[in-house]
Design a protein around this ligand. Sequence first.
Ligand code: PLP
Length: 371
Amino acid sequence: MQMLDLVHRRRREGLETIMLCAGQPPTGAPQAALDAAAASLHESTLGYTEVVGDRELREIIATWHSQTYGVDTSADNIVITTGSSGGFVASFLAVLDHGDAVALSCPGYPAYRNILESLGARVIDLVCDADTRFQPTAAMLEALPEADRPKAVIVTSPGNPTGTIIDPAELERIARWCEDNGAVLISDEDYHGMSFGRELASARQFSDRAIVVGTLSKYFSMTGWRVGWLIVPDELLTPIENLQASLSLCAPAISQVAGRAAFGAPARAELDGHIERYRAARAVFLEELPKIGFDRFADPDGGLYLWVDVSSVTDDSEAWCKELVDAIGVALAPGVDFDPINGHKWVRLTLCAPEEETREACRRLGRYLVR
Ligand SMILES: Cc1ncc(COP(=O)(O)O)c(C=O)c1O
């Protein structure tokens, strides 16, 4: 967020900046979703929806999930939340007691840690590197000392900041481990729909005890509309519904109406086009980064990011990123937020900029590093 502030300040001062630090699609909602939202302004009172969300949207998500992953997902198990962020708060509150341990990958999405710590949970870092393509494994969970056995395990595939995908067989092993050890698997599937070829599995294929988290923010390109969802096991439905009733009452009604249209064929064709742009940006980075001396990075299987080792030029990625914005007008995200252990040697780039801007950012970086 500090980097974003810097970018906004520079832009106010008329200084052009290539933004490779933001974690959101550069595109708006698909046309069909916009049309549905516009019509609903006149056709609906847009009051509170059901606490667990608009029934029609839940049916649509259940059908989409069942067809995509070959599982039998019921709308009854779906809770619509205010972005997936709202879903994390509700699930953590439903599953955890004060002091419970939660295992998650490091590097990983920082909000899990921030929310968990604010709720008094204990974070157990599963330190991941290139050996496991920056993803946790069942073997890592098995190796935890008895005192650190988690009450919940969070996995994110494709990952943020790494973009790597957990192989379906490994996800199955993790799901089994969680069932065998009394831990709730929370599978953040926010970047599903965004694979560059590798197979993506849903945790619900392997365990109906897992909580699956989804969102309209990423593939569906509706970040500010604040709609996410949870697919929850039967035993957690009532606690999560009760929490949701007090935490938010419901997700934004107009966004839920628009969300229905985002799953239709015309919207999906538009959204699949965005993936091609991310794929093109990824190809530029894979070609250019090694040429400018950065040859250690997580090769993204999907999602929106690329995680790069910059230890050859700095051991303070935060200071280095600030230096880069001022010197060459390229904004990257320092790794410290994503990885409190080694993040000072890493940065996260996004695949969201247009191909030519991505190329220009690499050119500027290359020139700066030579100097
Ligand atoms: C891995 C991951 N999970 C969850 C979120 C939160 O998304 P939202 O609340 O917009 O659904 C993000 C946002 O960047 C993310 O990267």
